[in-house]
Design a binder for this molecule. Sequence first.
Ligand code: PGA
Ligand code: ZN
Length: 417
Amino acid sequence: VIEKIFAREIFDSRGNPTIEVDVRLSDGSFGRSAVPSGASRGDREAVELRDGGKRLGGKGVQKAVANVNGVIATALEGSEAFQQADIDQCLIELDGTDNKSKLGANAMLGVSMAIARASAASQGCPLYRYLGGVDLELPLPFFNIINGGVHADSGIDVQEFLITPLKRKSFRDGLEKVANIYHKLKDLLKEEGYETAVGDEGGFAPKLASTAEAIEFIIEAISMSGYKAGSEIGIALDPASSEFYDPKKASYHFEGKSLTSAELLDYYQDLIQKFPEIISIEDGFSEHDWEGFEAQTKAMGDKIQLIGDDIFVTNPAIFAEGIKKGIANSILIKLNQIGTVTETMETIKLARKAGYKTMISHRSGETVDSFIADFAVAMKAGQIKTGSFARGERIEKYNQFLRIEEELGEKAKLAEY
Ligand code: PGA
Ligand code: ZN
């Protein structure tokens, strides 16, 4: 039984306030969780409640904290902790809005995750086992090694360049391969006189001229580390194109040019032809350009993975529309886009039914909470992206997989691409 729910305001990896929730059960078990925050957010994400006003640039979360310590604590204290679906349903009804704007999705998710953690502690098992039972799998990790877009001042329009160890003997083996490439890339950039400071997600943020130049650097780093780009190490992009789309003009402002949706599609077609090492593109088209996304899926969906992030916002209802229209073949999963653990699970189930792949994701503003690592294993999500080989809040998630792999031992199953 839930005895005490308590929230506080802490700071995230960008120095912005966020919410952390502590939950204690009547048997003394304890759970704590913290909520991340995005920069390139989808318009239809559940509402992240911020205080406004002058304090901390209006980004304070004291209202969300007060909602947890007031109305949410009053409603949930005394409830059965193990009934995650009932708890989340109660939160949804308490909020009563379509977009969680009354209580705040940040308040609700903090509570939802902390209760899951406390429940796992109460059952004496790790979070991944509490949420996933015995059928578990370690995901394929996608590492963000060059940052652009709104995550860095590199001037590169594509927000994320990622690499993934397609061939690996273990999770650790894959991690080691990527570590070698990350360090090699740093050397290469330095040799060429580029900055090796990192962006919000830990990838380098050099001022490169174009997307193609960034990819060439990455391929060079992969081969100089002794691996085959493409077959052994795949490359993925998240252009986060909603950030450079102008809905009024229906055009994309990309690499100094204004492109129509059709022209952008041509660009991507050429890009994957020039670089067959690219295996996945996320948000190639804007959340406000469903036709563009649909056309891309028709043209490229049988060749590579196409992920919807801003366009689906982990929302089962919006995603169902997208499935009907044949948009993308994979979905990015962010707990705070929808606001409860149970709804996130529903979206994953929907994806599975529709034959879409799922990639669990961190946000560009993170804390050291590694909830998503356990969650990815429990849900057998298949893939995860949670930053690079730098920044503690990113590395902590990858380290958690090492611990999980160690605990599972021989039974540790690895997801394949
Ligand atoms: P965000 O970016 O957390 O800043 O929204 C992540 C992404 O676009 O995948
Ligand atoms: Zn994205």
